[in-house]
Ligand binder design. Structure first.
Ligand code: NAP
Length: 277
């Protein structure tokens, strides 16, 4: 594929995103003189913005609230994007076709591998949340061997709709505590803890051997991850997943390995407040 002439992150809002920091660090390191810029796009301007980006042969990322809309606009989807019904990475193929991937799926698997060493067999996973991030997590979990899932969401109907789309044994729990009680891995795919110190589920409700994966990330980690560690649980926030989904996107656009160490290093000394992609 011809490399893109322009790289953008589309979202609303996007000003707190870390993606420009680590993508520009990667681009400088690889001597690719294409700037990566965040564009805050109003919902009524989204389709028109995509049309003009396609004409420019641009590529980029898509974040809240546009991942599902972008999946509908792309004419070619990877298997992960089709399964998750969400696109966070797009590009224009040489035949002019707008194409999309969901690298959050690979990002989540990388987080799980980093924390647990390898993907466990027979995991009992509690997934909290039923938005785009939860759909990417379920897409990844479908390939975990003998995995069973308890799904919980604040609005139960959304959890039931999401569960019905996936073939893994997904049952919908009536509370976060019920979902998490017997789980060997707990995934927070809600926005809880993004802007405050709230916990998606009390640590006291978890098995002492449970692994805590919080997709949310904040300066100094989320309060939930810190509390889990203080109780002796293995826990990680979502920063590693964020960098990995970006690294996989970089590899799609340029067909060369992403400099993951450079990308991680660029966000290791973060400003006082962050938390959005
Ligand atoms: P989304 O589609 O807007 O979904 C948000 C989810 O959070 C929904 O399940 C929503 O429940 C739930 N929620 C929001 N506020 C809540 C509250 N006060 N109590 C209970 N549930 C609440 O967003 P998303 O794309 O799935 O992202 C979810 C989180 O994952 C965000 O914090 C995002 O930053 C993070 N994320 C991280 C990465 C990464 O690379 N680390 C990647 C993707 C997403 P309802 O359905 O009831 O509204």
């Amino acid at each position: 594929m011809n490399p893109p002439g322009r790289l953008v992150l589309l979202g609303h809002p996007v000003e707190h995103s870390l993606s420009p920091t680590f993508q520009n660090a990667a681009l400088r390191f690889r001597k690719l003189f294409v700037p990566y810029e965040a564009l805050d796009v109003r919902p009524d301007a989204f389709e028109a913005t995509i049309n003009s980006l396609v004409a420019e042969h641009a590529a980029g990322n898509v974040t809240i609230p546009y991942k599902e809309r972008m999946a509908l606009l792309c004419k070619r989807l990877t298997a992960d994007a089709r399964r998750a019904a969400a696109v966070n990475t797009f590009w224009v193929d040489d035949d002019g076709i707008l194409s999309g991937d969901c690298t959050d799926v690979g990002g989540f698997n990388a987080l799980a591998r980093e924390v647990m060493g390898e993907i466990p067999r027979g995991a009992r996973v509690a997934v909290l949340g039923s938005g785009g991030a939860a759909a990417a997590v379920l897409t990844a979990l479908e390939r975990w061997e003998d995995c069973t899932v308890q799904l919980w969401n604040r609005s139960r109907e959304r959890a039931e709709t999401l569960a019905s789309r996936f073939s893994i044994a997904t049952s919908v729990a009536s509370s976060a505590e019920d979902a998490a009680r017997a789980a060997s891995v707990i995934v927070n795919a809600t926005s809880i803890g993004l802007l405050n110190s709230d916990h998606p589920v009390p640590i006291s409700a978890l098995q002492p051997s449970a692994v805590v994966l919080d997709l949310v990330y904040r300066t100094g980690e989320t309060a939930w991850v810190r509390a889990a560690r203080e109780r002796g649980l293995v826990a990680s926030d979502g920063l590693l997943m964020l960098v990995e989904q970006g690294a996989l996107a970089f590899e799609r656009w340029f067909g060369m390995p992403a400099p993951r160490d450079v990308m991680r290093e660029s966000v290791s000394r973060l400003p006082a407040a962050y938390g959005h992609r």
